[in-house]
Design a protein around this ligand. Structure first.
Ligand SMILES: Cc1cc2nc3c(=O)[nH]c(=O)nc-3n(C[C@H](O)[C@H](O)[C@H](O)COP(=O)(O)OP(=O)(O)OC[C@H]3O[C@@H](n4cnc5c(N)ncnc54)[C@H](O)[C@@H]3O)c2cc1C
Length: 372
């Protein structure tokens, strides 16, 4: 960005949340400008495990207990609809090949987790959602143990997230290398945003910064930044992981890419208090544990070629945040806090935010929690 500018809508953050907001707005006839501190998909969006999964952070039976069935059903349905819409959008922008609809296999690693997995499965079926149990002998060979159990969801899969989001951003006005320096402020009938390059005066501002949300909007303290770690290997033996694997209640996630490389993330619980940080630097204990898991659990001996960390937003409830910031007269909206499962949920939040900006209302305005 060079100098000051005026726009209808300014979106802060060039990840899936921000780019999808601009994309949804464009479909409603509203032009948005996106400000991104680094490059599109340089945050969690380009550093994630690539799981393209419906649902929310907790298991479905737990969601029903926490929020009641009607809201749990709506939240689940919204992500299924988002998956279909994202695939349609990917076809339009020439990025459909970045998605692989292989299904995803959740693996219960011990007998206790198997009980929880059965309960998750029964709750899904009771509300008409899909999923089929997989016995221990049908798990990928490296994961087979008599006490283990799998749950296969065919509508899920994986995505190369950075390439897909960069393709989605192609027709959107994005200013990369443009950091917003302080919280946006409501001014007259609009909002003022300060960057090192100049001032933006916008009718509306949507802050879609997930892990960076509370730094930009301190009042949104319900979303806290958290560090997650991953690694990737060189090509491993083909067929080791025929589908992406989600294990130990989703703490660990691994997939084998068409190139044969294996990507693996997890053990954020090992990171303890240190995981509550804005600093995207790798944690040595977590990386060591990922390396031993790779060898001992997954039977992958290809060399580790990449290690990295990314920052996501977590909320204790654990419900994403999406709505107008109090005191902003509906002109500043906040999105984020997907508890590490945001690639599809951010699409849902972006749709709701775009509705709120374009029309002042949304049938799903109450789907997620408004900032408080
Ligand atoms: C290691 C890891 C693995 C994960 N695995 C999965 C997975 O497999 N599946 C899944 O669904 N989800 C996964 N997630 C979560 C998912 O990546 C996030 O929920 C999602 O990407 C959030 O998107 P976002 O656009 O809201 O945030 P981000 O992608 O983080 O984008 C926010 C952007 O805002 C920019 N920004 C921040 N502050 C400013 C500022 N002051 N000025 C300008 N720009 C600013 C940042 O640079 C960043 O690009 C994972 C996350 C991590 C870190």
């Amino acid at each position: 960005m060079a100098g000051d500018l005026r726009c209808e809508v300014c979106v802060i953050g060039g990840g899936i949340g921000g780019i999808a907001t601009a994309w949804h707005l464009a479909r409603r006839g509203v032009r948005a400008v996106v400000l991104e501190a680094f490059t599109v998909a340089s945050g969690a969006t380009g550093r994630n495990g690539g799981f393209f999964i419906a649902g929310v952070a907790p298991a479905y039976d737990e969601s029903c207990r926490l929020w009641g069935r009607p809201l749990a059903i709506r939240r689940h349905l919204a992500t299924l609809a988002a998956q279909a819409e994202m695939l349609g959008a990917a076809s339009q922008v020439g990025a459909r090949q970045e998605f692989r609809l292989t299904g995803v296999l959740r693996v219960a690693m011990d007998a206790d987790e198997a009980v929880r997995l059965r309960s998750h499965h029964s709750a899904l079926l009771a509300d008409g959602f899909q999923g089929s149990l997989v016995g221990p002998d049908a798990l990928p060979v490296a994961l087979q143990r008599p006490e283990r159990l799998g749950l296969f969801t065919a509508h899920d899969g994986s995505v190369q997230p950075a390439r897909w989001v960069r393709a989605l951003a192609e027709d959107i006005q994005v200013y990369e290398g443009t950091r917003v320096l302080e919280p946006p402020t409501a001014e007259g009938a609009g909002v003022r945003v300060e960057t090192a390059q100049g001032t933006v005066l916008a009718g509306y501002v949507v802050v879609a910064a997930d892990g960076g949300l509370s730094a930009l909007l301190p009042s949104v303290h319900r979303v806290r930044p958290r560090r997650l770690n991953m690694l990737a290997t060189g090509p491993a033996r083909p067929g080791l992981l025929p589908v992406p694997i989600y294990a130990r209640d989703g703490y660990e996630y691994a997939q084998q890419l068409p190139s044969g490389r294996v990507t693996l993330g997890g053990f954020s619980d090992l990171d303890g208090e240190a995981s509550w940080t804005q600093a995207a630097v790798v944690s040595a204990p977590v990386q060591d544990r990922l390396t031993s898991y790779l060898r001992d659990e997954l039977g992958v001996f290809a060399p580790v070629t990449h290690r990295w960390a990314g920052i996501v937003g977590y909320a204790d409830d654990p419900v994403p945040t999406c709505g107008p910031v109090p005191g902003s007269d509906g002109r500043i909206l906040a999105l984020g806090g997907y508890n590490g499962t945001g690639h599809v949920q951010a699409w849902v939040a972006a749709r709701v935010a775009a509705d709120l900006v374009a029309t002042g209302t949304s049938v799903d305005a109450d789907l997620y929690v408004w900032p408080n």
